[in-house]
Ligand binder design. Sequence first.
Ligand code: NAI
Length: 247
Amino acid sequence: MLLKGKTAIVTGAARGIGKAIAIKFAQQGANVAITDLAIDDNVLAFEAELNGIGIKAKAFASNAANYEETQTVVDEIVKEFGQVDILVNNAGITKDTLLMRMTEEMWDAVIAVNLKSVFNFTKAVQRTMLKQRNGSIINMSSVVGVSGNAGQANYSASKAGIIGFTKSIAKELGSRNIRCNAIAPGFIITEMTAKLSEEVRNDWAEKIPLKRGGTPEEVADACIFLASDLSTYVSGQVLNVCGAMNT
Ligand code: NAI
């Protein structure tokens, strides 16, 4: 098992990519703290499923965009688990439209949830990771953060911001054995992309050299690599998981 004895926080893990990461981490022996906006019966069932794998798992309600809430929830997690070795900043939203129709609210909401959340959680775990002299931070960017996309100026800006943050933190905390990398998924089949029309989804799939959308599990596998000791000399990088779409 690649993550035995490690504790991970995965934000926005009630569904989609975050959920797949939490399951894969648990299967690799990690204890997992999952967060999402609300902890409903579905999330509690998921928490039970994770505990059934034989590791310790607990779900926490937290708005990742809120600075104070994040400090509080990370304090609770540290109290409960005693350590934080891996942080996956996965929570994210889209509010897509052309700039002409994009409101200030649409801009602010996407920047707060996608980008400020990464600052919030990284800052909140920093002290624990510094004390441990060990940590792997994985930030969920996107191929559109690398290359831009019409109709997603807010989302692309937030995901590009994540890349700048990732590279800076890798430089700032590297001397304390804390690594920080970003993953840039391409077109992944989740509820986020289910919002798009079938025509748009087929069009995307056609443009991807591997001729299909990716699965949340395929993104989670890349996270295992970056979270584990398989990547102890990898930091400050952006790993594209995109079926060669972004080349
Ligand atoms: P999703 O919409 O299926 O799941 C996102 C989760 O984040 C949900 O459970 C939601 O409740 C939670 N969330 C939203 N706002 C939150 C907040 N303020 N605080 C805490 N949790 C919050 O999305 P999906 O597809 O699983 O995406 C996960 C991450 O991967 C996001 O950061 C997304 O931008 C990124 N990504 C997704 C791609 C895709 O094709 N699906 C492609 C590239 C990146």
